[in-house]
Every structure is written in C-alpha cells, then in structure tokens.
Ligand binder design. Structure first.
Ligand SMILES: Nc1ncnc2c1ncn2[C@@H]1O[C@H](COP(=O)(O)OP(=O)(O)OP(=O)(O)O)[C@@H](O)[C@H]1O
Ligand SMILES: [Mg+2]
Length: 429
C-alpha cells in the first residue's frame, strides 16, 4: 500500500473480461493505480499495460513486485492452473483467484466429477477413463446420446455431444489414442447427456463464505437461433428468469454450499470466483461444470450490475476474510453483444482499423477483447472476438436496444455480430 493508502492493482489477462475488470477497478475509490498484463488495445488506452504473457508465472510475479502491486486480479484459468496465485502468495503479494489446488476444479474435469460424487452434488452420471477398452465398455452399458469430454483445459472445444455410438467411439479414440486436444485429452470423462435450459451462477468465495452475482445466460454458438459452431461466447445477459428465487435457493442449497463445504473438507482453501454452469433439468438443477474464474463475456454484464465498489469484496476474498452478506445490484438488466471478426471461430483476418464512436452514454461500456493499439493511437483488430458492447437498462429489451444502437456505430472490415442476443429471455417477457 502506498502513502495515500490507495491500492495498486494488476489485472492479469487480455480479453473482454479483463477490460471489464480494469474498468470496475478504475471506478473504485480504493484504487490508486491500475495496470494490466498483457492487456489489449482498450486497456492500453486507459491504463499502463506490460507485455508479460499469462503463462509466464515468474514474469508475472516479477512484474507485480517491480510495480509494487498490492492486489493482483487473475482473469483467465491458465495462470490459475499454473499456480500463479500460489507463486504470488509465496512472494507476499495478495491475489484474487484460487490457488492451484482449487483451480483443479476447472483444469481437470475428471477431478471435478469425482469431487461432485464424493460430496453428493447433483450432476450427470459419468465415468473417467485413460484407456480405450474400459471406455468402450462403459459406452456399451450407457448408449448414445452421450457426452465425451477431454478432461483438461481445451478452451471450450473439448466437449463432444455424441448423438450416435459411432460418433462416441470416434471421440473416445480420437482423444485417448489420436492425440485430439493433446495432453488435455489423455484422460476423458464420459457422461450422461442432460436436457433442459442452461444458466450460470457466479459466486465470489472466501472459504465457506460466498456472495452471489446475478444469474446469467450466454450464447455459445456463432449463428443466430443458437446454430453453427461453438465460440467463446457471442453475447450474454443477466438476470435470467430461468433462475427463479426458488431455483436460486435450491442451487445454493444443493450445489454451492456443499461445494464450498466439500472443498474445505478436502483441505482446499478456496478463494476467488466459482462459476457454476448448470442444467435446469426436470429433476432439478444439476451442475455441468465449474469454472474457477469469471466468465467471458458474462463478466461484461455482471460487473456493470454491481451497484457499489467491488474491490473491497475481491480484497476480502483474496485475504480469506468474511464477505458482505449481499451485494447491491442495479435494478433492471444488462446485455453484452460481441462484435467478432468474420470467419470466427474458424480462420479470420486481423489488423483491421476500428472506428469507434467518440462518446457513449453512461449506461454503455465498449469493452475490448481482441484489439491492439498502434503507435499512432489508432485501434485495430487482433483477435476473433474483437469488442463487446454492454448496456445496463431498466429492462432487458431497453438494454438490447441500447447495445445494438452502439454496435451499429462501430465499424471495422468484416464485423460480425448476432442480432438475437437474449432471445430466450426476451420471449419469456
Ligand atoms: N452432460 C451434458 N449434457 C448436456 N449438455 C452438456 C453436458 N455437458 C456439457 N454439455 C454442453 O457442452 C457445453 C460445454 O461443456 P462444459 O461446460 O463441460 O465444457 P467447457 O469446455 O469447460 O466449457 P466452457 O468453455 O463453458 O468452460 C455446456 O455448456 C453444455 O451446453
Ligand atoms: Mg469450463
């Protein structure tokens, strides 16, 4: 902490999620200096960015030390799974995010499923396999449709929804013998296919203490009507009517609290974000997966909904201290629409000049994802998901109208967006 008692905060990552975190930190009265590594074009226009990659744990620790950082906020899962928070703690630097042991909930789906089983948390039936023969045996006993998953991190691509036995065998052999997904596919999870509506709940945890953020939903598919290839996410919104107060209570009761108690019982001191991906089945909510960090693009709608300062909450979590009972949220809803590069998630071009509106209303945030800032100060495309436009309004329809109005004012060659973000919720009325 510096003489003025204000914090120097380092945000680790380069996507829309991290830009949203930077913006939230900049609005905090506790924050003195905010920096990012490696950052992107949007972050570079607002804060100092340092070219340390998210995989470079020693480099990140050295940067935090050199810049006298008081709090590191880790965005993506990779540095968490590499033990960045452990390394920072060893260096005496406070960090928001789980230690490596907790991050395993995301970095090993096999570990996560065994955790659910051990603590009786409702989830799809499953088996974990490292050899083809027992996997095929399991398949015989549990015929398709079935889900085959690479256990390790696969950037959202390691899940095969096999409709037929043939597809299932192909996925099993591809991962265990064919090297699909590399090291991440050396162990697989085969699990029951669940049916229902999907929704997510993010909690900020500090041991067994937690606070919930509004329930959200996202759109993973590239095409309108939720068709086409899977992407990192083309848009998101919150809250969602799919999670009524009763369902929320049931999820906290049967999933969230048993998870935090289970982690504690297993000797894991869990601090940071726990992002529960849920399937609302006719037999009640079941957990599909945990992520151990904020979602992208969910963060771009969750943070604007937080009415007060989030930094004290992140700080308390990082220190393992008690959290407030509740957070205050704005009334209404938020939506983010992702502007992608034509061709994404397949191949796409980079380096296109981006023209942004000079000023936007206060309810709007233009969040950068795959962008870079040139020496002359112009902004160019540098990734598949380029920008997100997030809007906060009294209703989701108004948020959508506002967001799309700004989306139409942004130009770059090959701009692609879905026009139907929020369709399920908007139809729910
Ligand atoms: N058992 C299941 N039944 C039905 N659909 C499933 C099941 N498991 C996964 N899915 C579908 O596949 C998607 C991705 O699965 P999962 O969340 O386990 O993978 P992931 O690669 O960790 O994804 P993310 O990038 O969202 O973290 C889910 O959002 C869901 O739509
Ligand atoms: Mg995941």
């Amino acid at each position: 902490m510096k003489e003025d008692n204000k914090l120097t905060i380092l945000v680790v990552g380069a996507g829309g999620r991290e830009h949203a975190l930077v913006k939230k930190c900049l609005s905090s009265p506790l924050a003195g200096r905010v920096i990012a590594a490696p950052g992107n074009g949007g972050m570079a226009a607002e804060v100092d960015c340092f070219s340390v990659t998210v995989e470079d744990v020693p480099g990140m620790v050295a940067l935090a030390r050199k810049e006298q950082v008081d709090l590191v906020i880790v965005g993506p899962e990779i540095p968490l799974s590499l033990g960045l928070v452990d390394a920072l703690e060893a260096a005496g630097i406070l960090a928001y995010g789980p230690f490596r042991a907790g991050a395993e909930l995301e970095s090993s789906k096999a570990f996560c499923k065994d955790f659910f089983a051990r603590h009786k948390i409702p989830t799809a039936d499953y088996g974990n396999f490292t050899e083809v023969a027992p996997a095929l045996e399991y398949l015989k006993a549990h015929p398709a449709p079935i889900v085959i998953k690479a256990s390790g991190l696969a950037a959202g691509k390691g899940v095969i929804m096999a409709e037929t036995e043939e597809e299932a065998i192909c996925a099993i052999k591809g991962m265990l013998e064919g090297g699909d997904f590399g090291q991440s596919g050396c162990e697989i999870v085969i699990e029951e296919m669940l049916f229902g509506e999907e929704a997510s709940i993010h909690v900020i945890a500090s041991g067994e203490d937690y606070v919930c953020l509004p329930a959200s939903q996202d759109h993973k598919r590239a095409g309108e009507g939720d068709t086409g290839l899977n992407t990192g996410g083309m848009g998101a919104y919150c809250p969602t009517g799919a999670i009524t107060p009763e369902i929320q209570a049931a999820i906290e009761e049967s999933v969230i609290r048993p998870t935090l108690a289970g982690l504690k019982a297993d000797g894991i001191d869990y601090r940071g974000t726990l992002y529960a991906g849920l399937m609302l089945t006719k037999n009640g909510p079941k957990i599909l997966e945990y992520n151990v960090r904020f979602g992208d693009p969910e963060t771009q709608v969750l943070l604007p909904m937080v009415a007060g300062d989030l930094v004290p909450v992140l700080l308390a979590s990082a220190k393992g201290q008690p959290l407030p009972d509740n957070l205050d949220f704005h009334a209404g809803a938020a939506m983010v629409v992702v502007l992608a590069a034509e061709g994404y998630p397949g191949s796409y071009e980079k380096g296109k000049e981006i023209d942004l509106p000079e000023a936007v209303p206060s309810e709007i945030e233009i969040v950068h994802a795959g962008t870079m800032r040139t020496e002359s100060g112009s902004t160019r495309t540098a990734g598949g998901r380029v920008l997100g436009v997030s809007a906060q309004a009294p209703t989701l329809q108004e948020a959508a109208d506002l967001a799309y109005e700004i989306c139409d004012q942004i130009t770059f060659a090959g701009k692609y967006l879905r026009r139907d973000i929020g369709h399920r919720e908007l139809k729910r009325g």
